[in-house]
Design a binder for this molecule. Structure first.
Ligand SMILES: [Zn+2]
Length: 245
């Protein structure tokens, strides 16, 4: 026998719905008693974007069995400080750490530039992204909605924009990054930690003019790349200003 439940998704969850389903009641037909998480994902919304669920006026968890005539309201996780006491998203570890899938490589480099620990390789498979995210408690950043539906992913964010600067602004808003921006903390190339170094220790690895012009130098503890507050640093400050981070 076919059952019918009525769903209503709020605010940013409408980003995942097609026009006729946005900001309105959706009739959902189903058989048996599926977990409500499966029904929500079948309607197009990955669990990582859901904060809380009400069924017939009571909060439920993702394993709640959907029944005929249920009235379901689903609320988004708009940002991490807005987690409700009924939130289904586990508390984030601090400091936040990210992992970006292959198409989000430009964003990964920008996050590192601003000092955020972001795992990324241009040959990551989806399985590796899931495995590393789970093992290292990382937030998955992707434009692949299907990837965010993977059951092992606890934290994830669907990047709305296709442009890295706008994606950076989205992620900064969602995870309140602006207060923790720390330039010259992470290596853009390898995500290693960057530490201050003595000029004499890096003199051979830097153009003579740069050695003359700059006093402070930094080095990646991973790949040994040397950094200084040159044009790259200026560009970063300009981006912070422009994006109002
Ligand atoms: Zn490095």
């Amino acid at each position: 026998m076919e059952n019918l439940a009525v769903f209503r998704f709020y605010d940013s969850l409408n980003d995942f719905l097609s026009s006729p389903n946005k900001d309105t009641q959706i009739n959902y037909r189903f058989s048996g008693n599926p977990a409500i998480k499966d029904a929500i994902e079948a309607l197009g919304i990955p669990h990582t974007e859901v904060d809380s669920i009400l069924v017939n006026g009571s909060f439920v968890n993702f394993f709640h069995k959907l029944a005929n005539e249920d009235v379901v309201q689903v609320y988004p996780l708009s940002n991490i400080t807005n987690r409700t006491s009924q939130s289904l998203t586990p508390t984030l570890h601090s400091p936040v750490r990210f992992i970006a899938d292959v198409p989000a490589g430009k964003l990964a480099k920008k996050l590192r530039m601003f000092g955020f620990d972001t795992a990324y390789q241009n040959n990551f498979t989806d399985e590796e992204v899931v495995e590393i995210a789970e093992r290292e408690n990382r937030i998955v950043l992707t434009r692949d909605i299907g990837l965010l539906k993977h059951k092992k992913i606890k934290w994830g964010y669907w990047l709305r924009s296709q442009h890295a600067d706008e994606q950076l602004a989205e992620v900064a808003a969602r995870y309140h990054l602006s207060k923790n921006i720390n330039p010259l903390a992470r290596c853009i190339i390898c995500n290693g930690e960057i530490v201050p170094v003595n000029k004499k220790d890096i003199i051979e690895h830097v153009p003579p003019k740069t050695v003359e012009l700059f006093k402070e130098f930094y080095q990646c503890t991973g790949c040994k790349k040397v950094y200084w507050k040159g044009s790259h640093y200026e560009h970063m400050l300009e981006t912070i200003e422009r994006l109002k981070l």
